[in-house]
Write a protein that binds this ligand. Structure first.
Ligand SMILES: Nc1ncnc2c1ncn2[C@@H]1O[C@H](COP(=O)(O)OP(=O)(O)OP(=O)(O)O)[C@@H](O)[C@H]1O
Length: 473
């Protein structure tokens, strides 16, 4: 079966640089010995000029002979596909220069091909698929035409917010023709209200978690026949979750629609060639589906500085405290492992709660330290996130629920209080920082480990091709 992979190296003339291999060394007190940061763009240029300038300078669009080349902008890529009012909103929101993934994927997506979008965390995949969605849907049709499936309520709220911001029209245009409506159909929501909405006037775009979506499909409140585009975000996570059978069912039902376009997105797609073949074989995508893989030799953003500290098992709290006191981060996330069923049954407090209590008692760097974990109810989870988004400075203690897709661009420091279970989990946790596409500001990811975990971290380093620097506390 013929499958295609489109990678940065095929698209652009220069080969990609290998990720910089930093020397391993001990360093105290927590300072980086890195040389001044340089920008590695996906086309292999190493630049010292401003990141946005570098992108505007590189590969301009050629115009008629003799005239000045025009800068390469998102508007240029999208203008004959995406409605002008969406492009204006996009620019008002500050999205002017395309990120490498937007630049590479959008022309292919606008040609109607199905796609597996595989690019680093924080690289702008959300805007990429939303621009595709806006290029396809028609606000005048009274039907759900686009479906975006996400793994968590939190990610769903975030995607809905960006979609609504892009859809908003100026008042005078709104009177002439209504804008696209976006429904968040997410676990923990009020399904009765959604039902009434769907009956009265179907939204153009639905952002859904799979559980809530299946309920609406079963009740025939949403019909796949009118659907023009389906996006599955964090696709590898969705396929490894408990809801995989519902997801397969959705994909199989959707495969019978003729006018469909399908997009799968993630920063990690293990065995992507096999996955692409499977998608074609199962008819989840059309035969000419393409794998757009941006920067395949560097799975994580180059602005991340990875560090680790070895400590005794019973000294994790104090080690984290020393790190926080030394780094004094403005905005940070501390990841803790989920509490085991055994520990829950034994009536133990979750380690996240114990850690928060410790930090509140001994660290004065933040007025409030926030918690986000699966066992909290949806309202408390929303309250934590909204506080984090409002405050200029935050310390969020979270389980892996915050590890996928969540966009808190001000986060500069990640701490793995517990080592993530897999290299892929490491990649997504680390990817909650370094989320400003055109900034080369260094952000750090620090893992607190006990000595026998060192080989696990080394395994992650090999798998994800990065170097971790040891800090001595
Ligand atoms: N063209 C652009 N110009 C400036 N900022 C951008 C652009 N595209 C996206 N961004 C910003 O980059 C950040 C990361 O984007 P996004 O959340 O889409 O990343 P992602 O690739 O989906 O990451 P993840 O794999 O972690 O979900 C967001 O804050 C977004 O607003």
């Amino acid at each position: 079966m013929a499958t295609a992979t489109l990678s940065a190296t095929q698209l652009l003339p220069l080969s990609l640089p290998k990720p910089s291999q930093k020397p391993r060394h001990a360093n105290f007190p927590f300072q980086s010995l890195n040389p001044s940061p340089r920008l590695f763009s996906s086309n292999g240029f190493v630049s010292n000029c401003s990141p946005i300038q570098a992108l505007l300078n590189s590969t301009p669009i050629t115009t008629e002979a003799g005239s000045e080349p025009e800068p390469f902008t998102l508007r240029k890529i999208c203008q004959s596909h995406v409605p002008d009012h969406v492009l204006c909103r996009m620019e008002e929101l500050g999205f002017v220069v395309p990120t490498p993934v937007q630049r590479q994927a959008l022309p292919t997506l606008f040609s109607g091909r199905d796609c597996i979008l595989h690019a680093q965390t924080g690289s702008g995949k959300t805007l990429t698929y939303l621009l595709l969605v806006f290029s396809i849907v028609n606000a005048r049709r009274s039907a759900v035409q686009a479906l975006i499936v996400v793994p968590t309520r939190e990610l769903g709220m975030q995607v809905t917010k960006v979609a609504r911001m892009l859809a908003t029209k100026p008042m005078e245009d709104e009177l002439e023709q209504k804008s696209c409506t976006v429904m968040a159909l997410l676990d923990g929501g009020m399904l009765m209200r959604h039902k009434s909405w769907l009956k009265a006037e179907p939204p153009t775009i639905v952002v859904a978690t799979i559980g809530s979506l299946c309920q609406m499909l079963e009740k025939h409140m949403i019909k796949l026949e009118a659907m023009r585009v389906l996006v599955i975000d964090e696709v590898d996570f969705m396929f490894s979750s408990k809801q995989v059978s519902s997801l397969r069912k959705l994909l199989t039902s959707y495969s019978s629609i003729n006018t469909r376009q399908t997009l799968f997105a993630s920063a990690s797609i293990p065995q992507h060639k096999i996955f692409l073949d499977k998608c074609i074989q199962q008819k989840w995508t059309k035969n000419d589906a393409i794998h757009v893989h941006v920067n395949p030799v560097e799975p994580m953003p180059s602005c991340l500085h990875h560090r680790f500290v070895i400590c005794l098992k019973n000294r994790r709290h104090e080690t984290l405290l020393s790190l926080l006191q030394s780094d004094a981060p403005q905005s940070a996330i501390v990841f803790v492992g989920e509490q085991s069923e055994k520990s829950k049954k034994a009536g133990n407090a979750p380690s996240a709660t114990l850690l928060i209590n410790f930090l509140k008692a001994s660290y004065e760097g933040y007025s409030d330290i926030l918690l986000l974990e699966e066992d909290m109810n949806f309202n408390s989870r929303a309250a934590s996130l909204s506080e984090v988004r409002q405050g200029g400075s935050y310390l969020l203690v979270s389980t892996d629920i915050a590890a996928r897709g969540l966009d808190l661009p001000e986060t500069t420091h990640i701490y793995n209080y517990d080592l993530p279970r897999t290299a892929i989990d490491y990649l997504h946790r680390a990817g909650r920082t370094g989320r400003k596409p055109f900034s080369d500001k260094k952000c750090s990811v620090t893992s607190i480990i006990i000595s026998k975990e060192r080989f696990v971290l080394e395994k992650y380093e090999n798998e994800l091709m990065f170097n971790c620097e040891e800090l001595i506390v």
